[in-house]
Design a protein around this ligand. Sequence first.
Ligand SMILES: [Cu+2]
Length: 512
Amino acid sequence: MASMPRAKMGGGGLCKHAVEDHPNVPLLLDPTRLAAFVDPLPLPPVLRADQGKLIRIDMKETEQRLHRDLAPTRVWTYGGCMPGPTIEARSGTPMRIEWRNALPAKHFLPIDHRLHGAEKDKPEVRAIVHLHGARVQTASDGYPDDWYVPGQSRVSTYPNEQDAATLWYHDHAMGINRLNIYAGMFGSVLLRDEHEQSLGLPQGEQEIPLTLSDRLLTKDAQLYYPVSGNSEAPWVSEVFGNAMLVNGALLPYLDVQPRRYRFRVLNAANARFFRLKLAGARPFQQIGSDQGLLAAPVVQKNVLLAPAERVDLVIDFSSMAGQQVELINDALPIMQFRVGTRSVHDASVVPAVLRDVPRMPESTAGSNQRLMTLDQYDDCVAEPMLMLLNGKRWHEPVTEKPVLGSTEIWSLINLTDDTHPIHLHLVRFQILDRRPFDQGQWLASKTIRYTGPAQSPPPEEAGWKDVVQAWPGMITRIIIRFDGYVGRYAWHCHLLEHEANEMMRPFEVVPA
Ligand SMILES: [Cu+2]
């Protein structure tokens, strides 16, 4: 290949892949013209998986109305709704789920057969479920090459030998999962444990999942996935919609009582970061992140969620009786809380200490240090754009082989000018720090010269994580203990378009 790795600095030399270049873009819907807050927030059905019984979930096509004034939208779902059912699970109680692929034989979104794993000789419709954030054996992890076709099913076993957390399930089929997820294939798992249950946090009707995503819709309310303009290579590097969906609805409202509520927020978007705040800059508490509770609540006025990240928020509406409060992403409202006027007794609490989250000392990693580059290659002729991890493609031999039970520090050296949300399967980790460095020196000599002080993660990022925002111009260090199982897993950027085009690598946990 002729293309050379280089940092994309100053935006020079970028290829254009704007939707506007494509002559056949259908007329898109303008969601700002829709009536706001006319639909109640949908709550996905709850599936109890905390009894150890086998449950079955069908992947299937259906139609779903995203807004009162829109025609139904074709979606692909788990269990007939987008998001799929909220699965209730219990730490220490294994769950077994049969995931049946009952999708149509033809895809309705644009497959790029140039991408690895999506070649023309592969079936169009393939699926494999990954339970994001779960510590599972590789056979049940949803390895991207383990896809199967309509008419087939798989039983996955999830031991749930891990702390309470908001996990989520989504498609992971090689080369097309960005399309399957865009079509609607995602849902939440609420994994609970006794410690968390003992805290007295808001629960029952006061505990609500909020799954966020963004889509482009045609005028007749069908999903539109943008394309490059080259029908042989329709892949685009990132997809952003202007229709913000909360639990699959556009601009919904939620009736709440003037009391505390706990919101399990998940960013299930392909590429959009959500910066959430309440109207009037009202404060709220963040009590958890990807892998469960923080050590202590953090008072916030806004939170930034990268794709695949979760935050656990408590909003106290007791001082807002009778008000209507919007939840805002950047400057635009995405839903509304309607606070009732009748005062209620609220027995819930948010303890000042949530749990013990000991910081992992760097010394436990010893010499187990890996330097991992996040690379971008711009070559407008051969490749529209390519982003790699450590300069390697998915199918190249495994280079990361951590020993089971060992601790490692991974330095994510970001040579691009994007923030990439990096996810490792199987494990939880902690963020050590982020530090600016001299990209030119790295590219010239593969040596690190720091250009500023290391920044420790703020308290809301200092809990257990499974996604880390690797910022541009920074080396982001994470410390990971490879607990669980030996076998082959994936790590990747969770911008789904990046992941599809090689920004994903295997790693293999090997026996001690
Ligand atoms: Cu990326």
